[in-house]
Design a binder for this molecule. Structure first.
Ligand code: CS2
Length: 482
């Protein structure tokens, strides 16, 4: 750090000397540029032993790189106004779970730990996306339900850690989900209790009184680091940082006021602690993430590599605004005094940030896990209430087309999704027949729910949108729609 220029902020001695109070499962880019930053700021403002023990469940790379850099990394805020870099030092250590599962379980059971937080992405919850119940027949959860096996999933680790915590009488714990799922705290609590029922039934009662699962809304656009980004940061800082993150200046964290154990003073550094997060979650999931997925699928098909490239085209921007205004907003409960029009203006500005290079391909990943809460719930609601549906239907059709793995120029698309193979089979079987494609997808209960529960007319709406898309291409459909 001594080699860095004076413009780069560094972690204070107070942060570097603090003890560890948080275990975080899923120490990816988003956590390191969001909750870690809030926590470092909170220690600077109010003190406390709140350094983070990161846990990587799936790969050793972050652990190895963090170790090599003394667990320091840079976060650069980028906007048209220029770059602002700081070094973050709040992560004290990282464990690679498969290498030492016992250490992760022991950390969750440690009395000095008061918070376990998670960013494991939607699929990391091992829940059926449509019904929300635990995928108890999935191979990983099956493995974890046998308590003699080392766990593989976040839920498995949590339950084993909580059992050990009860045994050690180590006191209550806040377990904080920070993933983009509606009711994320309640969902996580439900999955943990479902798991207990199947494997450790007597633990559920202890969890109900000793563990809080607050819901949260998290927001900050943090693209996956690319080689170009690392090179840019190396030039800016004058030294190499293999863990460098680029992000936007904006960040938001709304947390339900539901804690049973101590926590950092996050509210003193910008986080909002509120009675009810649901309205904020729905707003963000449908307006930000719903638009993001729309831009990802339609944008990718239309040949745009990044979000900002897509919304730089006026028709594309107008289309997204229409989706927000006419289809998402009428389905939302706007918190009193909340300036929803200003929020939408700001979202489009954030999407337009040309310095971030947020790839449409990145957002397009794992659509099977994202579509219900981002687009399908509002589409169903609008069909039933007679509201506008055209833009959402086009976005869903674009996803169906995208996961068929060929773009409009006939080039292959690398589809990254736990159901990618199923999608391929639907397309192969349909052999280009749009009706068969739509029928194949609507039969996927995990995404679209039970066919009996789907609104009347859904099939025709999607068939029409997909036919248009296949006949005219994404950009023409967008232009014609506006
Ligand atoms: C994005 C989100 O990749 C995605 O699916 O929509 O990661 C988005 O950037 C964040 O939720 C913003 O807070």
């Amino acid at each position: 750090m001594a080699d860095l220029g004076p413009a780069v902020d560094r972690p204070s001695a107070v942060v570097l000397a603090a003890g560890t109070g948080i275990v975080h499962l899923g120490i990816g880019a988003f956590h390191r540029a969001h909750q870690a930053v809030y926590t470092e700021d909170a220690i600077n403002r109010a003190g406390g032993n709140w350094r983070i023990l990161g846990v990587s469940l799936r790969g050793a790379a972050v652990r190895d790189r963090m170790r090599k850099q003394n667990h320091l990394y840079s976060v650069t805020e980028r906007s048209g106004g220029g770059d602002r870099a700081r070094i973050i030092g709040v992560v004290g250590a990282v464990l690679f779970a498969p290498e030492n599962p016992g250490a992760v379980i022991a950390a969750i059971a440690d009395r000095k730990i008061h918070v376990v937080s998670l960013t494991v992405t939607e699929k990391g919850y091992n829940q059926d996306p449509a019904s929300g119940s635990l995928l108890s027949e999935g191979a990983d959860i099956k493995n974890d339900l046998d308590l003699t096996n080392p766990p593989k999933t976040a839920i498995g680790y949590l339950v084993r850690g909580l059992a050990a915590r009860r045994q050690a009488a180590a006191g209550p714990l806040n377990v904080i989900s920070c993933d983009n799922l509606p009711d994320n705290g309640r969902v996580l609590e439900g999955l943990v209790l479902e798991f207990c029922d199947l494997a450790v039934p007597d633990l559920a009662g202890w969890i109900k009184t000793n563990v809080a699962f607050p819901c949260t809304m998290v927001d900050r656009i943090v693209p996956a680091a690319s080689d170009e980004a690392l090179q840019l940061v190396a030039n800016n800082l004058g030294l190499a940082d293999d863990l460098a993150l680029l992000t936007e200046p904006f960040k938001q964290w709304v947390i339900e006021d539901k804690f049973v154990a101590p926590r950092p003073a996050w509210e003193q550094v910008g986080a909002q602690i509120v009675d009810n997060v649901a309205a904020f979650e729905a707003l963000k999931l449908r307006l930000l993430n719903g638009s993001h997925s729309t831009i990802a699928y339609l944008g990718y098909l239309a040949g745009f590599e990044t979000v900002s490239d897509a919304v730089a085209v006026p028709q594309f921007k107008t289309f997204v605004r229409q989706l927000m205004d006419e289809e998402a907003t009428p389905t939302l409960q706007i918190p009193p005094g909340f300036d929803v029009a200003g929020y939408k203006d700001q979202l489009l500005e954030r999407f337009s940030n040309p310095t971030l290079a947020h790839k449409t391909w990145q957002i397009a990943m794992d659509g099977s896990q994202k579509l219900p809460q981002r687009l399908l719930h509002m589409l169903y609601q609008n069909i039933r209430s007679g509201g506008a549906t055209g833009a959402t239907a086009l976005a869903v059709a674009a996803w169906m087309q995208y996961v068929g793995a060929r773009d409009e120029a006939g080039q292959p698309i690398e589809v990254s999704d736990p159901l990618a193979e199923t999608f391929k089979q639907i397309h192969d079987k349909a052999d280009g027949d749009a009706k068969k494609i739509v029928d194949g997808f609507l039969a996927l209960k995990a995404i679209f729910g039970d066919p009996q529960g789907q609104p009347a007319g859904l099939d025709f709406l999607l068939f029409d949108a997909l036919s248009q898309l296949r006949a005219h291409g994404a950009m023409d459909c967008i232009t014609n729609y506006c």
